[in-house]
Design a protein around this ligand. Structure first.
Ligand code: 3SL
Ligand code: MG
Length: 240
């Protein structure tokens, strides 16, 4: 088994992803939010690239069955029901609903990984469950960090390092690519205080400036959910 990491959505090689198990990581905040929505009983998440595409998709769904969610510049999109704060995606808000979602980086990464044989949604919140599912599939694994506007993002990288570490515990003979090896070392060096490491991420600071420290604390919780969101390509929906 070969395990490697792409550090940004823009840098991902779609030919390399084809036929592999691909884990999408956008800790702050898209994959944390998708994981939370499905853990809290949302029927599905429909990930789209643009605000117009979200509105068009919603127009095809029966009234009362969906919520529009996501962000631009980390803020709620005018006319949408929810922003991209995972803490808004409570059971009361989302149970039974399809979430039509567009975000700046996370939904771009999901789109980029469509050639994958299996696309899984990963975050600190569900890392061990996702690693186990990926390992059980037995194929090569790519971790695709969303990054922030096509730049390396420390929050995603730290989570990738944790996932690589879990995977190597499960498959000690796994061959790690250079970045997988490096991010595992990063994780192992900082595992006792990941919030401090991640506080150096530029997007961390952006969220702090917006008063969203509670979102950050929420997203950095480890393994509180055991759900493994995956993309059902036939329906084009992320489901459990
Ligand atoms: O870029 C994204 O997909 C978002 O998760 C970023 S934000 O934290 O909601 O601003
Ligand atoms: Mg991010």
């Amino acid at each position: 088994m070969h395990i490697d990491v792409f550090p940004t959505a823009g840098g991902a090689d779609q030919e390399a992803l084809a036929g592999k198990t691909v884990l999408i990581i956008d800790v702050l905040r898209a994959t944390s939010t998708i994981t939370t929505a499905l853990a809290n009983g949302a029927a599905a998440v429909l990930s789209v690239l643009t605000i117009d595409a979200a509105r068009e998709a919603a127009a095809c769904l029966p009234p009362g069955t969906f919520l529009l969610g996501g962000e631009r510049k980390a803020l709620k999109i005018p006319g949408f029901d929810l922003d991209n704060s995972p803490r808004q995606y409570t059971r009361e808000a989302v149970a039974g609903k399809t979430i039509v979602m567009t975000t700046t980086n996370g939904t771009v990464a999901i789109k980029k990984a469509l050639p994958a044989a299996k696309l899984l949604i990963a975050s600190f919140l569900n890392a061990r469950a996702v690693a186990r599912e990926a390992w059980q599939r037995g194929t090569d694994i790519y971790l695709l960090c969303a990054g922030t506007r096509n730049r390396f993002s420390l929050d995603d990288a730290a989570c990738a390092g944790m996932l690589v570490n879990y995977l190597q515990e499960m498959e000690p003979q796994a061959r790690l690519g250079d970045l997988a090896f490096t991010l595992r070392q990063l994780y192992l060096s900082h595992q006792e205080d990941l919030p401090h490491l991640i506080s150096h991420a530029s997007h961390y600071q952006r969220l702090v400036d917006l008063g969203l420290e509670a979102d950050i604390a929420y997203c950095l919780q480890q393994d509180i959910y055991h759900v493994v969101p995956w993309l059902d390509k036939e329906q084009n929906l992320i489901v459990l």
